[in-house]
Write a protein that binds this ligand. Structure first.
Ligand code: NAD
Length: 436
């Protein structure tokens, strides 16, 4: 099927390449000429495992192309909208400027029977507002939220755990759902749940899923705060409650909390939208979820100060990680980078290292020192802080090896990812999050 994907960022570039990899003919469109240049040459403009391969294959096969020219969307049967919906400046609501601009630029190139499939995460009610404009061009609007996880985006796009389509009522909606089933044929054929619903439900499914995940993380981080004043160990607590199948152990890793381009802005936008709908109190807990999450960064900084005897001034601190999570180079609202920036602001000599995210981190925080090599970063450090759980730090850095490089023997484990007993046995002062 011929498809267009408008917006080629973390979501759109992966979507375009993944759709080509399952046999569609895809044109990816973006207003960012540099990104389109890179993608056209087959260079992934960001780090995402597996993307480079399907990008190269897609371009070589002739089924995948990229352009800044929106008129190239003409002739495609389904047009995916994957542009950004960031937090508004100075407010918590989502900024819909890019979604509106993308839809407006697409309208003149639509034909009767086309489908416009919104994938961006939007406040509930957005699709209903856009639907008439799209219908006036003879096309049908569906909302097809995206649940991919950065770091697993290729796999999640090709083989998602569920597909959701918000469609208009009646035959038009049924036909649109049928076309989406064709688009996602390999997943549909293997029995992946395909939920066809109305616009509002589809939009809400996405924000509800993110709100739930954020709440689960902040719940365990709240338990970590209690553990810290009682001498309990939150990791054992998480193991123990996680054995209850109704609770589950996943997403119960206490640490410096969530970040990235989705969870933080999505829960804020959800709370803002609920306020507009007169139901602010229904998701009032999301403000608490956000507050707990942000407090954990303070805690990590406090632990570094404690580990260094009360002051970080002129102490060399090696910060392991900049990306908001491993297997990604995304530093948007990264707790890791935030901790580094705060320590730097307190007068520490901070050196940040990350296997993939240094370039992006340097762009937003040029004031920090960056080193690509982990061992160079920890050389002569007074303290090490683990903030992104890359295997290079979590599994592959042994305390004995670290001891041969550092000046001090203090490690702050902002992700509870290290083997505390092993580090202590090697003579290190180990500080975890919510652990004695
Ligand atoms: P991103 O910032 O990486 O990409 C957005 C892209 O849209 C940019 O390349 C930008 O240049 C382009 N763009 C902006 N206006 C445009 C226009 N008028 N026409 C064409 N292109 C335009 O953002 P992202 O992380 O890919 O997120 C996109 C959307 O998907 C957001 O709503 C986000 O919440 C949602 N989402 C993201 C993820 C994720 O893991 N990144 C997962 C699920 C949902």
């Amino acid at each position: 099927m011929r498809l267009s994907v408008i917006g080629c960022g973390y979501l759109g570039a992966v979507h375009a390449a993944a759709m080509a990899s399952i046999g569609h003919e895809v044109v990816g469109i973006d207003v960012d000429a540099r990104k389109i240049d890179a993608l056209s040459k087959g260079d992934a403009p960001f780090f995402e495992p597996g993307l480079q391969e399907i990008l190269t294959d897609g371009i070589r096969s002739g089924r995948l192309s990229f352009t800044t020219d929106i008129s190239a969307a003409a002739g495609a049967k389904v047009h995916f909208i994957g542009v950004g919906t960031p937090q508004q400046v100075g407010a918590h609501a989502a900024d819909l400027t890019y979604v509106n601009a993308a839809v407006d630029s697409l309208l003149p190139h639509l034909s009767d029977g086309d489908i416009v499939a919104g994938k961006s995460t939007v406040p509930v009610g957005t699709a209903a507002e856009l639907a008439d404009r799209v219908a006036a061009s003879g096309a049908t609007l569906v909302w097809n939220p995206e649940f991919l996880r950065e770091g697993w985006a290729v796999q999640d796009t090709i083989d998602p755990d569920r597909l959701v389509a918000g469609v208009p009522a009646g035959a038009e909606g049924e036909r649109a759902a049928e076309v989406l089933r064709e688009v996602y044929h390999p997943a549909v054929a293997k029995g992946t749940p395909f939920i066809v619903t109305d616009y509002a439900t589809a939009e809400l499914v996405k924000v509800a899923a993110n709100a739930f995940l954020a709440t689960k993380i902040s719940f365990i981080n709240a338990m970590a705060e209690i553990a810290e004043v009682t001498g309990a160990d939150v990791t054992q607590l998480a193991d123990a409650i996680g054995h209850d199948a109704r609770i589950g152990r996943r997403f119960l890793g206490a640490g410096i909390g969530f970040g990235g381009g989705c969870l933080p802005k999505d829960i804020r936008a959800f709370a803002a939208r609920a306020e507009e709908l007169g139901r602010g109190e229904s998701v009032g807990f999301l403000r608490e979820v956000d507050a707990i999450n942000l407090r954990r960064r303070d805690r990590a900084v406090q632990l570094v100060i404690e580990a260094l005897g009360g002051s970080v001034v002129d102490k060399k601190v090696a910060v392991l990680g900049a990306a908001f999570k491993p297997h990604s180079d995304d530093v948007r609202d990264s707790p890791a980078l935030d901790v580094a920036v705060r320590l730097n602001g307190l007068g520490a000599k901070v050196v940040v290292t990350d296997p993939q995210a240094i370039e992006n981190a340097r762009r937003v925080h040029p004031q920090l020192n960056y080193l690509t090599e982990r061992d160079e970063a920890i050389r002569d450090a007074d303290a090490i802080v683990l903030v992104t759980e890359w295997d290079e730090y979590r599994r592959e850095l042994s305390p004995d090896h670290a001891s041969t490089l550092t000046a001090g023997r203090a490690v702050v484990d902002g992700r509870n990812g290290l083997d505390a007993a092993a580090w202590r046995a090697a003579g290190w002062a180990y500080y975890g999050m919510g652990r004695p």
